[in-house]
Design a protein around this ligand. Structure first.
Ligand SMILES: Nc1ncnc2c1ncn2[C@@H]1O[C@H](COP(=O)(O)OP(=O)(O)OP(=O)(O)O)[C@@H](O)[C@H]1O
Ligand SMILES: [Mg+2]
Length: 357
């Protein structure tokens, strides 16, 4: 089994008029053997650049790339044994499905009999048995993407790289194809780096996710950890919906900390490295917020109520801040109309304290 390690990677582009663009800054990453790790982040944050550096299509400005503990920074792309699946499939239009998939094996000078056997096996694996003689433009988008997948895995690469492989497909097919990719990756056990800017896709497919922000890795962990314990406001907002309440850190009270949110006090069980007076953000997910007519909590006013069948969404105004609340399977009696005065419960265990400002 193979792992991929990136050490102190940075990448700069120098443009004659726009100057130097730093696309990747000081990226350190360890992709474990057999795992599917996703680089997730907004457009322009450097995802493709990291992938191209792993593939060997681009030389990093600083840093090193290791595959299987071997420093491959200076090894050309065609000797890294990597399968690459692009967003636009990049199939050869004049070659049949069979010939497209066989291409990488021809390059490796395998015998015709071996090639035929491998191609048949892998076409079966991606559910395209019998499609061998067709040309790419005689296939649907999903089928073309499967050919691209077959072509990447037929060479039995040490590492598989995907760059937004599903973005040309419609929503339903995207969901289907992402589980097919995941299944194939698991069966073959190939160490994989996957790029997307779609947080749901990332959560559905990955063992771990590295969230990228302006060339850096902001946080790398399982989807669950990132969702529950984001390390920054950026990660919290990028993965799922969230509330970030501006607050002031008042001080410690035993194992709890006291916050001031525009005059209302909130006591939170947290260990936080803040000083009295520091600006902080209290992060809480909409589904963790309680809403009721009375009880403990903070006073707020309902602004909107949206009924969605399995859930009700509220926006409540709380001092000068808005709070999103999601209630699943709401009881019929649980109906707070716009304008209602309500009590908001922010359970301590669901609050994450983040640096403010
Ligand atoms: N060949 C290039 N020349 C100059 N700048 C480049 C080049 N390639 C990428 N960049 C810049 O580097 C930064 C990172 O680009 P990159 O393609 O890695 O982003 P990305 O995260 O893959 O974005 P997207 O989600 O839009 O594909 C961007 O600011 C981009 O404009
Ligand atoms: Mg990209």
């Amino acid at each position: 089994m193979v792992d991929v390690r990136l050490e102190h990677l940075s990448a700069e582009f120098t443009h004659p008029s726009r100057g130097t663009i730093v696309a990747v800054r000081e990226v350190n990453l360890d992709v474990h053997s057999g795992e599917l790790l996703t680089l997730l982040g907004p457009s322009g944050c450097g995802k493709t650049t990291v992938l191209r550096i792993i593939a060997g299509f681009q030389v990093p400005t600083t840093g090193r790339v290791f595959i299987d503990n071997q420093d491959v920074t200076a090894v050309p792309a065609n000797r890294r044994d990597i399968g690459f699946v692009f967003q636009n499939y990049a199939l050869f239009p004049h070659l049949t499905v069979q010939e497209n998939v066989a291409y990488g094996l021809h390059v490796r000078h395998q015998s015709a009999a071996d090639i035929a056997r491998s191609v048949e096996k892998v076409l079966h694996l991606v559910d395209l048995a019998g499609f061998g003689p067709r040309l790419p433009d005689e296939l649907s988008g999903g089928q073309q993407q499967r050919v691209a997948l077959a072509r990447a895995v037929v060479i039995q690469p040490r590492v598989l790289l995907f760059d937004e492989p599903l973005s040309n497909l419609d929503a339903k097919l995207r969901v289907q194809m992402r589980s097919e990719i995941r299944e194939l990756q698991r069966v073959l056990g190939i160490t994989t780096v996957y790029v997307t800017h779609d947080q749901e896709e990332a959560m559905a497919i990955s063992d771990r996710i590295a969230v990228m922000d302006r060339g850096r890795i902001a946080q790398c962990d399982t989807a669950e950890e990132l969702y529950r314990r984001p390390a920054s406001s950026f990660v919290a907002s990028f993965l799922g919906r969230t509330n970030l309440l501006d607050a002031a850190y008042v001080g410690r009270d035993g194992d709890r900390v006291v916050l001031d949110i525009e005059g209302q006090r909130l006591s939170v069980r947290a260990s936080a490295a803040f000083e009295p007076g520091d600006a902080v953000r209290a992060m809480i997910r909409p589904e963790a917020v309680g809403i009721g007519p009375a009880g403990k909590g903070l006073r707020a006013t309902v602004v909107t109520r949206t009924y969605l069948g399995d859930k009700v969404e509220y926006v409540a105004r709380f001092a000068s801040q808005s709070l999103h609340i999601v209630r699943f399977n709401p009881a019929e009696s649980e109906h707070f109309a716009p304008g209602s005065e309500v009590m908001i419960d922010l359970p301590s265990e669901s609050i994450q304290l983040l640096p403010g400002g």
